[in-house]
Each structure stands twice: as C-alpha cells, then as structure tokens.
Design a protein around this ligand. Structure first.
Ligand code: IVH
Length: 677
C-alpha cells in the first residue's frame, strides 16, 4: 500500500475503532463484534508497522479503551491496568510460547485459565478489609465504584484468616451469570427498555449504576485472577491465587498448570465445548507464565503484558433457511422484523426465530426469503442473523419488503432515523398498542391490579376500556356482563383497583407507558422533578440534567407531554385520585426500632427491599454489613453463612422474620398455618 493511501486508511480505522471503543466501554452498547474489532485493529497495526511515523498517540493500538464517566470519583491506579494480547489462532499461541521461552531461557510453566467475559475491576484490601474498587478506566486512572462493588454477592468485605499482606491489590472480572442476565433482560423487554446485548454489557452497565442499592438486585458476581503488591511472599501465580482463595476471595478452580503447547491446546479444546455447561459467559482462555520472577523479567508493552496472551473463541454459528419474516408491533408502536427459521441446533438449543433488528439491517444483509442464513448467539436473548450464504441462493428467493403500513391497524409507519426503527404513530388507535398499554398499566410493577392479560383483552373487546383512565370508571354492572364474572370476582377486581390508587408517584409515572421510561428511569425522573406538572413543563435541557437521561429519553418525554390526549388522560387519572407527586417520605409506623441498626440477609415472605422499608418505617436503620454497632441480624431463608458466623463472633443477636414481626406488634403469617391443625 502506498504511504498516502495507508495514511487515509489508518485515519479511517482509528476513527472507527475509537468510536467502537466508546460504544463498548462507555455506552455498553457495542456496534462491532469482538472479532470484527480485533480484525480492524490488526489491520491498523499492520499499517503502523509498515509506516511507524503514521502512529498517533491516540491510536487504539497505543492505549486501551476508556470506560471513565464523569459521574464517578476517580483515582490513579498504583500499577497500570492493561489489557491482553488477543489471538484466535493456536499458531499464535505457539508463537507467544516461543517468545516467552526465548526471553526466559530456562524451564518454566504456564497457568491456563478461563477468560471471563465481564468487566475488569481492581480491588484494594487494606488490613483485611475491602478498601477500594476501581474500574480499569483508561488504564492509568479508574472510576471509583466501591459502593457498588460492596453489592457483589460473592465478594467479601472482610478477608478470612490472618496471613494476608496488610495491603495488596487483586484484580479480576465482574460478570453477570446467565440466569441473572436472562431475568434482567426479560424485565427490560417487558418495560420496553433496550435489553443488554450480552452479559458483559449488563455487568459493566450494572457496575456503573448511580444508585448503588440497585446493584444488589442485578446478581453480579466476581472472579479474581491477578494479585499485585509490594514484597508479596509468592513464587508463582498459582500459589498466589491459592492463597487468595484461602482468604475467602473468589478464585476460579478451573485452572491448570501446563508444561507444553499440547497441554495448552488440550485445555483450550476441552473448554471450547465444556464452557457451554458453565453458568456464566467465557470468551476464551488466558495463558500466563506461572513463575512471577519470569513475569517480571518479560515485562509489558504499552498495552499488554509479554507474559500472558488470550486465545479467544469465535462465536458459534449455524446455517439454516429463512422461511418468512414477521413484523411485530410493540406496546410503544415500534415495528420489529423477526425471522422464522427452519429449526436448527445452535450451542445446545434449537433455534426457530432470530432478530433482524430493523429495515437497515435487512438491507445491509441483502436478505431474501428462502436464503440460507448464518445465525449467531452472541449472548443476546434471541439469536441474530449475521450473514447470508450467497453461494446457496436459488432463483426462488423473494426480496422481502419492510411494510409501509402498520401490520395491525394499517396506519402509514413513520421512520425514526435516530433509532433506525419504524413506528406506528397511531398510538391511540392501534389495537396492539392500546392493549399493550392497558396490560402494562395494570402490571405488577406498575399499578399492580389483579387482572390477567386475557381479562384486559376481554374488557377491550367489549368496548369497556380503551384508555388507561377508563379502568377507574368501570362499575360492578359493567363487570357482571362479562362471561363467568360473579359478585365476588367483580368485587375483588374493584377492590384491587381502589387499592392501586395508593401507588406511589414513581410507579404511576412508569405505568403511563411513556416510551423508554422503564422502572429505573421513572424513579430518577420522579425523584428529580417531584411532580408530573414539573415534568410536563421541563425543557429538554432540564430533562438532560437528570442522571441516566439521554437525548432519546428526553425527546420521548417531550413528545408524550405535547400530545393533548395524554394530558387529558393524566387529568382524568388525577380526578380518579391517583398520585402524581412525591409524598413527604416513607410512612412512619412506630419508633420500636429507633436507634437500632439491622442487617437483612436471606429471603422472606416479602421482598428484601420491602423488609428494609418496614424496618425504616418502624424507626430502624439498615446496613449491608455487620459491625459492633449492629443491633440485629435479621436472617431469612438461605441467609449468608458468613453473616451468621460474623454475627456470632461479634455477639450480634440473630432474629427471624417471625421474631421481628412480633417485636413490631404485627401478626405473623404463621397464623394461617394454624387453621391446618
Ligand atoms: S489477566 C495484565 N486473566 O480480559 C492483564 N484477564 O481482553 C492481566 N480477563 O483486561 C489480565 N479473564 O479484563 C486475566 N483469567 C483472566 C481473565 C482476564 C478475563 C479480561 C481482563 C483483561 C481482558 C483482556
């Protein structure tokens, strides 16, 4: 390549890679797959190798991507926090082993480990206590996420034993196990919030939540794989990790000491298939020189250690036939193309449907009905189509047309270029959107009224409800005309509807079903403005000043309040007695627990958050960790054994839910069981 051409291509690659890094590390919404990113990076490296004077200081070949965000305090790393050299090819692992052998010039071994697909964290333990947690940041300075890290369930605040160094750093990966990831995305989908693309993004998004109490519900876990400090007493990496494990730190036992490239290759091949049985995502294997003295001798480049390398697994693909495309309308009117596939086995599950995202994606893929397509499961909930096998295309394939009219109500669709999506603008007349909004309004996390989807559809088909405010005008006479409804069921429903009028403002705001306003955003917006009238009057700038609100959400709120119909609905709901402003604070029930700090652990007959609210309502305080100042450890089912042990050692009283309720003068649930005897 000519130098002038190389210069242009290098500039182009730099800008693509810098933007992709920002999307990955800051927005947690990657635009390129790891493989695509790594291939473009390799191309840039090759150009810079041929023309070293084209290297710029901001080139992604020279520094790691940055996750720093202004909302967090930042601290410098004591030791730079670097990344790992990547390879997809065993011959490059061999080349790494050869380079290491040449540099060391003596016998040595490798430690092979899983490459956890999460987000890196650096923990400092001082005198056996978790002192600080930093993200990688830009490698030199990281974001302080200590408050959030304290909610990672397998991370000890206090080390076990006593033979730990007074101060040391331990680094590792925070990840979200598949189960927690699926649960979180299910909730986000229900709320029509953008689901996380994969557990890595979910983990790093969760670690950077502004409200640390929410982190506890995200089910994050952590595994640690690199100890650093002054004068540590270890000779090998393996020995150091074994010691960390003894101190109660989460260290993976899926490690192996290997003495040859064959052993390394066996380890890679074994985990290539076995990783599917793991409850969390792994994207490869990390191979490290085991002897710490040799690690030191080999040292680092500007970006990577010379003593370690990552072998990355390529995402698994399957080839199958595209049978048809459905265009689905969601509660907020977004129309999504979903591919129906000839069933195919992929990573252990049968795949029948795959996402096509939007019209642009369909065009980029040049996809035709009848084509053979590649499906990949990159950690998304539904797999995606990543390519078309053109060599298998026959003359019978048909070019699909993204509909111009809503598949449900035939209103012309509107394209939103910012989101690259098409919408049905008939918000108040499109049956799918109306029914979706009605169901959402009464759902458990919104107004929490007892009514199934089928009942609500029944109300709608009968013409009883069309707008969410219509629910509060339903009468017993209406309900008794429905098939199978009797006095009791009608009364039960009306009672639940009446109860729902006590729902707090943040949940009412969420229940309105404003596009992109999920539970979390509704909480922030409600707390920030305090009332619906203030939100309705807020300018775009004022909305953008709220934590977690970006342009898309701000515009969606403005659009909602510029529609007269929505204003009218809110007025009707206000008249029905719903709460449209924040109340003075939690209800005060008694002072029984005044001055007492309670640590809540395990499961109860109500959620842990509700239990904490109950304690606060009776004048108590809640804390996450047990200390000499703790009055009670409230231990539910499956409460943490460490907490019980600690309470015992500090002489803190351990009480059950029944004992607490007794103390508060409440009846316990046990009275129900009495009737059985
Ligand atoms: S060792 C000096 N070991 O992968 C770098 N990293 O793509 C020491 N990672 O930045 C890192 N599993 O965040 C190491 N077993 C493991 C790992 C691991 C995941 C992450 C880490 C690193 C990234 C590179």
């Amino acid at each position: 390549m000519e130098k002038s051409q190389a210069n242009i291509r290098a500039a182009e690659l730099r800008s693509i890679l810098i933007e992709a890094n920002r999307k990955y590390y800051v927005e947690n919404a990657p635009t390129l797959s790891d493989y695509e990113f790594d291939m473009l990076l390799k191309e840039l490296e090759a150009i810079e190798l041929a023309y070293p004077d084209l290297i710029t200081p901001d080139s992604p070949t020279q520094k790691v991507g940055s996750d720093r965000r202004k909302e967090f305090e930042q601290y410098p790393h004591r030791y730079p926090m670097l990344s790992l050299g990547n390879t997809y090819d065993i011959s490059e692992v061999q080349a790494f082993a050869d380079r290491a052998a040449k540099g060391i010039g003596n016998t040595f071994s490798f430690s092979c480990e899983l490459k956890f697909d999460g987000t890196a964290i650096c923990l400092t333990y001082r005198n056996g206590k978790l002192f600080r947690a930093l993200t990688r940041g830009d490698g030199s300075v990281g974001d302080d996420v200590t408050a959030n890290a304290r909610h990672i369930r397998n991370l000890p605040q206090q080390l076990a034993g006593s033979d730990w160094p007074d101060e040391f750093e331990i680094r590792g990966e925070v990840y979200m196990p598949w189960e927690a990831f699926d649960r979180l995305n299910e909730e986000r989908e229900k709320d029509e919030e953008q689901p996380f693309a994969n557990p890595r993004n979910a983990a790093s998004g969760s670690l950077k939540l502004i409200d640390s109490t929410q982190v506890a519900n995200r089910g994050l876990e952590c595994t640690l794989y690199h100890i650093l400090g002054e004068n540590l007493p270890f000779h090998t990496h393996d020995e150091a990790l074994n010691a960390a494990s003894k101190w109660g730190l989460p260290v993976s036992d899926k490690r192996k000491i290997c003495n040859s490239i064959e052993e390394i290759e066996n380890f890679i091949n074994y985990w290539y298939t076995e990783r599917k049985t793991l409850p969390f995502a792994t994207d490869g294997i990390v191979i490290k020189v085991n002897e710490l003295q040799y690690q030191q001798e080999l040292g680092y480049t500007a970006k990577f250690p010379r003593w370690a390398v990552a072998y990355k697994f390529k995402a698994e693909q399957a080839l199958t036939r595209l049978m048809s495309i459905d265009y689905q309308v969601g509660r907020t009117g977004a129309v999504t193309p979903v591919a129906n596939l000839e069933p195919v086995l992929l990573s252990g599950t049968i795949v029948k449907r795959a996402s096509l995202h939007n019209a642009d994606q369909m065009e980029i893929l040049d996809i035709h009905i009848g084509d053979y397509v590649y499906v990949e499961k990159g950690g998304e909930i539904i797999p995606k189509i990543t390519g078309v096998e053109l060599s298998s295309r026959d003359e019978n394939v048909v070019l699909p047309h993204f509909p111009e009219l809503c598949p449900d109500c035939s209103t012309p669709l509107v394209r939103d270029d910012k989101e690259a999506r098409s919408f049905c603008p008939n918000q108040s007349g499109c049956p799918t959107q109306i029914k979706g909004k009605l169901v959402h309004f009464l759902s458990r996390k919104a107004m929490n009224v007892i009514a199934g989807d089928a009942t609500i559809e029944h109300f709608y088909n009968k013409g009883f409800v069309w707008n969410i405010a219509d629910f509060y005008e339903l009468t017993k006479e209406h309900l008794l005309t429905l098939d199978g409804w009797k006095d009791r069921s009608a009364e039960r429903f009306l009672k639940s509807l009446e109860e729902s009028k006590k729902t707090g403002f943040e949940r009412v705001l969420y229940a309105l079903g404003i596009r992109h306003i999920g539970e979390t955003t509704a909480k922030s917006v409600a707390a920030h403005f305090g009332s619906i009238d203030k939100i309705a009057k807020a300018t775009r700038e004022e909305l953008l000043a709220v934590d977690d609100i970006g342009e898309v959400i701000a515009d969606s709120i403005i659009e909602y309040f510029s529609d007269e119909m929505n204003i009218e609905t809110i007025e009707r709901l206000k008249a029905a007695g719903l709460c449209f402003e924040m109340t003075a604070g939690p209800e005060k029930l008694s002072d029984t627990l005044a001055g007492k700090t309670v640590v809540v652990s395990g499961n109860f007959t109500i959620s842990r958050d509700e239990m904490k609210a109950l304690i606060v309502a009776h004048g108590g305080k809640c804390s996450g960790s047990i200390s000499g100042k703790t009055a009670y450890l409230l231990a539910g089912e499956k409460s943490g054994p460490e907490k019980l042990k600690k309470a015992e050692s500090l002489g803190v009283a351990v009480i059950s839910e029944a004992e607490l309720r007794n103390m508060l003068g409440e009846e316990t649930k046990e009275e129900f069981t009495d009737t059985l005897f």
